[in-house]
Design a protein. Structure first.
Length: 256
């Protein structure tokens, strides 16, 4: 996939937003290291015990690449160790890259909306990198192209992410989906349910008889006659309904 470095992209984000812990550096700044931080006589960044603190090896390259391409960069971190995080950013010399930093606990909806407002960049012009699924889910719900980072930022992860952004944003269907997400409120768990199944490699299809407002019980009976394990959803899909349904499937199918 080295060639993707050279591949021209149809659409490029105006801003990249990075998480900090396990995205730009390999630790939780509030747990695994001991602020305050400083540079020792050898010029290394160390914590107060003198342990050397390292970022992921590719991080400076990633930041420099984006700067060279005139793509703005911001930080959205939910750490409670705001001072320590700010110190590390300063000691690593990264402040020259960041247009905005939002570093405090809480859902990243808040962080990203503040960044968007302060920098006057729309959510659909941003790409977000984070190592935690819950943050990816939150920002995807807002329509931000969001990339789960598994082992820290690398140039390859960046390039693949930019490619994903381009594919989604140059695809009209993707824009329509984002638009619908923006104007229609889904049941709160719907995206979580779909994402869970996708992550487990379980295929998903839709069978809708839209326009028919009743008869759900009969439909369930019909599907059961066809020996499809069928679950009557009484109120709405939730993670609990999904888990109970998967359990029922397992019980029925392991019981034959
Ligand atoms: Mg993180």
């Amino acid at each position: 996939m080295a060639s993707s470095l050279e591949e021209p992209l149809k659409r490029v984000p105006k801003m990249v937003v990075f998480d900090l812990d396990y995205t730009l550096w390999p630790f939780w700044v509030d747990t695994h290291v001991n602020p305050p931080f400083h540079k020792n006589s050898a010029g290394k960044v160390v914590d107060y015990r003198g342990c050397v603190i390292k970022h992921y090896p590719d991080t400076p390259k990633v930041l420099k690449y984006l700067q060279d391409k005139n793509i703005a960069i911001s930080v959205a971190s939910r750490t409670g160790e705001t001072d320590g995080a700010e110190q590390l950013i300063q000691l690593f010399g990264w402040n020259k890259y960041f247009q905005n930093k939002q570093i405090y606990p809480g859902s990243k909806d808040t962080h990203i909306n503040k960044i968007s407002k302060k920098c006057n960049i729309k959510l659909e012009d941003m790409i977000f990198f984070d190592d935690e699924q819950r943050n990816i889910v939150d920002l995807e719900r807002l329509g931000v192209v969001s990339i789960l980072v598994k082992n820290g930022m690398t140039m390859q992860v960046l390039m693949n992410g930019l490619k994903t952004f381009s594919d989604i944003r140059s695809n009209v269907a993707g824009e329509v989906v984002d638009y619908i997400r923006g104007v229609i409120e889904l049941y709160p768990d719907t995206l979580k349910v779909l994402k869970y199944l996708q992550d487990k490699d379980i295929g998903i299809s839709v069978a809708s008889r839209t326009g028919w407002s009743d008869g759900a019980e009969q439909l369930i009976q019909l599907f059961e006659r066809l020996e499809v394990v069928s679950i009557l959803v009484k109120n709405r899909m939730t993670m609990q309904v999904l888990m109970d349904g998967l359990k029922k499937f397992s019980d029925i199918r392991s019981n034959v």
